[in-house]
Design a binder for this molecule. Structure first.
Ligand code: NAD
Ligand code: UD2
Length: 309
């Protein structure tokens, strides 16, 4: 069975390329479908077992071609920037919802069942803020990005009930690690802070730095994705991917300073409009269904790996 490829949509991006490395290391062959909008060819290993199809998930025929002969799919392709979805709701909808629907149809036609889907903590909006957020927390998708993620979850559930698809829906909290692109102001905060600290450029904290996030190292996420791919059972219901640990930006800066030996100038500016104060996952379901790496990668260790030290 292992000779049939796993399809990774968005596999040339940050999370996708880290997953591709792990799949290759475990002897899987991999097909990547990516339009290289934010992903890069150079993120992928030069390996005979990795095939790159440059194409768009929003194109139904491309999606049919991509799933043909695959054993399972990990669906990561999306416009991952919330701000981009605010600026261009119609354009991002093609990637973020139509892409998912095309995938469901292509899998139904091809008789492929297992699909892992990258949803987001964004589906909760500001609900549950201040306490660990459980999966049953009422949803409040406040942006086109979040609306498309939540709608994708519902379509996947329809295909599960109607056509026997085996969707595994993960709601990622804040993922960080190597190859996360720091180039936009809305890139992940860890990618921005570490890049600027390495270059000695000033760091801007929006707010007082006491806001907290539940940061997950990408290597730990990839371990979970591998388990979900290989598991024989697929229980219903989305699963939060967080560590139930709150790290403030000030604590993050301390850790960056410790790991690099020094920090550039840090300025505190006005908080971003609509910024969430505290985001932390209740991860009981994750722990019931999967084995989190024990111990999970701590912030200092994750920064060392990210910085290649
Ligand atoms: P990324 O931008 O590095 O990866 C997305 C990949 O999808 C890129 O390689 C991009 O080129 C590709 N892509 C975009 N639109 C496409 C299209 N229409 N057709 C084909 N390929 C397309 O971002 P990432 O952080 O690796 O995100 C991966 C997934 O995880 C996304 O679905 C994102 O929404 C989700 N997610 C990420 C985080 C996080 O903290 N990084 C949090 C929640 C959810
Ligand atoms: C994350 C996701 C977003 C969405 C949201 C849902 C990322 C990159 N973003 O947004 O897609 O899923 O969660 O809740 O994963 N900050 C600074 N200085 C900077 C950059 C950021 O202070 O230069 C602050 C920012 O204001 C926020 C915190 O850092 O308080 C984290 O920002 P982020 O963009 O990494 O992630 P978040 O949680 O806002």
């Amino acid at each position: 069975m292992a000779e049939l490829p796993v399809l990774v949509t968005g596999g040339a991006g940050f999370i996708g390329s880290n997953l591709v490395d792990a799949l290759v290391a475990r002897g899987y062959s991999v097909r990547v479908l990516d339009n290289l909008s934010t992903g890069k060819r150079s993120n992928l290993p030069d390996h005979a077992g990795v095939e790159l199809m440059v194409g768009d998930v929003a194109d139904a025929q491309t999606m049919r071609d991509a799933v043909r002969g695959c054993r399972a799919v990990v669906h990561l392709a999306a416009v991952a920037s919330v701000q981009a979805s605010v600026d261009d709701p119609v354009g991002t909808h093609q990637s973020n919802l139509v892409g998912t629907l095309n995938l469901c149809e292509a899998m139904r036609e091809a008789g492929i069942r297992r699909v892992l889907f990258a949803s987001s903590a964004a589906v909760y909006g500001n609900n549950g803020e201040g306490e660990p957020i459980g999966e049953d927390t009422p949803k409040a998708p406040l942006t086109p990005y979040a609306a498309d993620k939540l709608a994708s979850e519902h379509y996947l559930d329809f295909y599960r009930r109607q056509h026997g698809l085996e969707p595994v829906v993960f709601r990622f909290f804040n993922i960080y690690g190597p190859r996360q692109d720091p180039s936009s102001p809305y890139s992940g905060v860890i990618s921005i802070f570490t890049e600027r600290a390495q270059k000695g450029l000033p760091i801007a904290v929006f707010g007082d730095g006491e806001q907290t996030r539940d940061f997950v190292y990408v290597g730990d996420l990839v371990e979970l994705l591998m388990q979900a791919l290989e598991s024989s059972v697929v229980p219903e219901g989305a699963v939060n991917v967080g560590l139930n640990q709150a790290t403030s930006l000030n604590q993050l800066l301390d850790a960056v300073g410790e790991v690099l030996g020094e920090l550039p100038e840090v300025t505190y500016q006005a908080a971003r409009h609509g910024d969430i104060r505290h985001s932390r996952a209740n991860n009981t379901r994750l722990q019931q269904r999967y084995r989190l790496p024990e111990p999970a990668t701590g912030m200092r260790e994750g920064l060392v790996k990210l910085l290649g030290l």
